[in-house]
Design a protein around this ligand. Sequence first.
Ligand code: ADP
Ligand code: MG
Length: 612
Amino acid sequence: MSSPYSAASVTAASQGSNPYGGITSKYPGPRAQISRDQSLVWWRRILPVITAHRISFFVAIALSFVSLVFQTMIPKMLNSSIDEALVHHTASLHSNVLKVIAIGLLAGITGIVSRRYVFSTAYNVEADLRSLIYEHLTWLSFSFYDRVQSGQLISRANSDIRSVQMYSTFAPLIVVQCSIGIVAFGFMLSINAPLAFIAMIVMPLLYFVGIRMREVMFPISWITQARLADVATIVDENINGVRVIKSFAQEEAEINRLADAAEKVAWAYIKDAKIRGQWSPWVQNLPQLGLAMVLLFGGWMVLDGHIGIGAILAFNAYLLMLQAPFMMLGQLVMMGQRAKASAERIFEILDENPEIIERNGAFDLTNNQGAVEFNHVRFGYGDGPDILTDFTATINPGETVALVGVTGSGKSTLARLLTRFYDVRDGSVTLDGHDVRDLTLFSLRKNVGVVLDEPFLFSVSIAENIAYGLPNAGRDEIIAAAKAANADEFIVKMADGYDTVVGERGYTLSGGQRQRIAIARTLLVNPPVLVLDDATSAIDVHVEAEIYSALNRLLANRTTLVIAHRISTIALATRVILLDQGRVVATGTHNELLASTPLYSQVLAQTTSEAQ
Ligand SMILES: Nc1ncnc2c1ncn2[C@@H]1O[C@H](COP(=O)(O)OP(=O)(O)O)[C@@H](O)[C@H]1O
Ligand SMILES: [Mg+2]
């Protein structure tokens, strides 16, 4: 898989490496990237995605043109067969019928094949746009997700992709269909010029009615979309937040909120139907006006002997054929406006560059000893104030250090800096003496394991959750990891044991069970450096005592940073670092700090009471 976002390819052409280096995946990726040149108009930026499918696109357009040419031949043939075979008896009816059938068949077959190519192009373009966006979202850094409402962004991306796809593949097709109007007009001219002009009079009218109808429909369809999105948001919140809703007994309020939103959608749809109802009679009957005129003027010409009866039938067929494309031509303008807005929203995502990228010449961390150092680290999120002002600490290989500080003092932030989810503002974080910014992200994150306090589990089996970082792990390895995390005991009691599928985000498990699975998941990867960020906070004190020995084993051969507030967990560490006001205020053993630093006892008292 290649990504354009590693440092090497941001400066030079794509080097075919991704920020994580080393991943080889079966996923081929999208066939093209959008143009990175932000000064281009929107469709020029999208163009590479379309031209990646130029062959099937060209076949689709060419065949649809051929099919339309065949179709336009039929009314003309109808004209001559009626006049020659029925009126003047100069040609045989059968051979004419056979000719019409043959051309009709050709039109049908080319039509079927062209449609197949149109749809496969359209959906391949859509798939490419989708993988472009999702791939990009995957590469983006934490800071992006801190800033945006990712859920809304993603759901919006879906409809935006569709509207860009529709416009970029179907618009050329509609143009081709309308251009066939010229061919048809040529045929009509060859039958009778004045009548051809009379017949075509309604076409521009159809076009303008199409535009006008879209104009009045557009605001309401926009409102409908927005209101549907509101309903989707409420439903989403109601499902994801169902535990909060129920615990505050707010079901009725939520139902009312939903009913309110549903009513607004209904209003928009009814309004939409009303407008449609007012306009469709005009749209449907304009062609009849054309037919009436052809009948009137054509009729006079027939009576005067200028044209045959067949001509009226042929003109009739042409009018019917051209009616739909000309109406759609009017809609094209609106579709274009919508596609432009959609494309711009897509660019908003795609133009976002990941902040954390590998340096040129970043190297893999090998044979990691686990020496961690924070050197005068200054850091704050986004444009916010400094959270860490001057944090300096060394953790020796194999050492277990507890990090203690009040809530919000920046403990989790330190863990995020060690894994380089964010970059420091000043100073550095090093691993075995290497600045984390010099290492490949893939090797860094393989070497530093983090267990979070609110672990996220996927809706797959427990075994797959444990093997998440090491998908090829055997069942015995998974079980060993689970045993070490003291999770095996409750897993085997579950209905399907290790194959039990956990509910969404693991909600079918207790917090403590989830934490133990998360510990097993990290254990399996066996990282030389481990961060436990409040990883045992949801585990009962007596269960914690049980996994105490397991934790001790877990910490034995690696460098560990334990973020904790329970004295029992802190006791696992050989040394405690007390963090306050963005810097280290004291360091020593638990007993030393208790004796020497009043703040330490205060912090412990505060965090312990908070946890209960
Ligand atoms: N993603 C974020 N964006 C902005 N501010 C954040 C973010 N995460 C944490 N903070 C802020 O940084 C400070 C330290 O947070 P954190 O490291 O989570 O504290 P701790 O883990 O010690 O409780 C807090 O003031 C918090 O509000
Ligand atoms: Mg925290």
